[in-house]
Ligand binder design. Structure first.
Ligand SMILES: [Zn+2]
Length: 415
């Protein structure tokens, strides 16, 4: 629900403001118009600094829009793809997903309708910006003001596929934004071509990384479930194992291949050695956590405390509904709090907002409530927040009690 769609100057006053990049404060106000946030601070101060400006008084909490840094909208049509049997590996799950997609043979209309519904649901939950990793080109999403950045995902695990895909890429539209799938599914040559193209386009390059320990097994030894998966599909042609991977692991290999910089977003990052985390940190690449998907697929828990110690502020992504029936960033935050009780509520909320905004290089607009940022933010209310008098308690409830009963958008943008 949108509370306001005019671009004219207003003061929004609320009992709590959660700026994310500054301390939470009570009885605050934000001055904004169509150009963005003009001022923010204690209500009395703001009202005296901006006399004569209309004031909208709200009863809840103001906070920035959430950023979902990893989703696959075109998989929405599939619904949940459960692990096919007890002890099933991630490769078994990928097979189940491919089978379900092939058997259902969904039409383009069905795929688009389900994707649009997911975008609408994300918007209703408070997501203002998301990175969509697509398997089919989608050009939709005009209905909700949530912004969707889409990258078309490329995967090719063998030399033959690499050659034909590079030719297709060369002959195709130069404007299309591409990204690689994962080190276990895409040859080094193909990843290099896609990253170089992203670099020229000044675009984000997103890569599933270290989601499963079999990735490292394939790349270093040519073994594990991915090796079996490729053999069964006649795609195991000697590309893997990749020679020369030393103790710096798969992350070291990506670094040496020139794939890591601050426009690279590494997604999942569950199985990483300390050395790999150090390399990742030095490369300034970003990390996106997908705790709900990781739990659903039983692939483990990411070493989030270590990322923090290495000055990495992760983003958070839901991944697709195929591996995450919840598909809700509030749920992801609650899961992270449960799995990492020593990480503060403030930091988890920062990941779901500023972490995502930085990873997508949009933190000049999104991620926090401060002067100059986009005038598109949230007003939330819930019975869980009633009677709270301390900022710590509020942050705790925001990150543990799931999606608030009321999520409203404050929008000063002209539609
Ligand atoms: Zn994914």
């Amino acid at each position: 629900m949108s509370l306001k769609t005019s671009s004219s100057l207003r003061i929004i006053r609320a009992p709590w403001i959660v700026p994310v990049d500054a301390d939470v404060f009570r009885d605050g106000a934000i001055v904004a118009d169509g150009s963005g946030i003009i001022d923010i601070g204690p209500a009395n101060l703001i009202i005296s600094r901006h006399p004569g400006v209309d004031i909208i008084e709200l009863p809840g909490i103001l906070l920035p829009a959430l950023v979902n840094a990893h989703i696959h909208l075109d998989l929405s049509v599939l619904g949940s793809v459960v692990l096919p049997f007890k002890e099933a590996t991630m490769c078994d799950w990928i097979s189940a997903l491919l089978t379900k997609r092939a058997e259902a043979d969904y039409s383009e209309v069905q795929v688009n309708a389900a994707a649009q519904q997911t975008v609408n649901d994300q918007y209703e939950s408070g997501v203002g910006l998301m990175l969509n990793i697509a398997n089919v080109p989608l050009d939709l999403f005009a209905v909700a003001p949530v912004e969707v950045i889409s990258l078309l995902e490329i995967l090719g695990p063998s030399k033959a596929v690499e050659t034909s895909l590079i030719q297709t890429i060369d002959e195709g539209s130069k404007d299309l934004k591409l990204t690689g799938h994962a080190p276990y599914s895409t040859t080094p040559g193909l990843l290099k071509v896609i990253k170089e193209r992203s670099r020229c386009q000044n675009a984000i390059f997103s890569l599933h990384l270290a989601e499963n320990c079999d990735e490292s097994l394939l790349l270093t030894k040519g073994q594990g479930c991915f090796a079996t998966f490729l053999r069964e599909r006649n795609a195991f042609d000697g590309t893997f194992p990749i020679s020369g991977i030393d103790s710096s692991g798969v992350v070291g290999y990506l670094q040496q291949t020139g794939l890591l910089d601050d426009k690279t977003l590494c997604v999942h990052c569950v199985h990483m050695t300390d050395k790999e985390i150090e390399i990742l940190s030095h490369s300034r690449a970003h990390v996106c956590l997908c705790p709900g998907s990781n739990r659903f697929l039983s692939v483990g828990v990411a070493p989030v405390e270590k990322f923090i110690r290495h000055n990495i502020l992760p983003a958070i992504g839901t991944d697709s509904i195929a591996s995450n029936p919840e598909l809700n960033l509030w749920h992801e935050m609650a899961l992270l709090r449960k799995e990492h009780p020593r990480i503060s509520a403030a930091l988890i909320l920062k990941m779901a907002t500023l972490g995502g905004a930085r990873a997508l290089h949009r933190d000049h607009e999104f991620g926090s409530l401060s002067k100059g940022k986009i005038a598109l933010f949230l007003h939330v209310q819930s019975e869980h927040y009633e009677g709270i008098s301390r900022a710590d308690d509020l942050l705790n409830k925001l990150t543990t009690s799931g999606q608030p009963a009321i999520v409203e958008w404050l929008s000063f943008l002209d539609n």
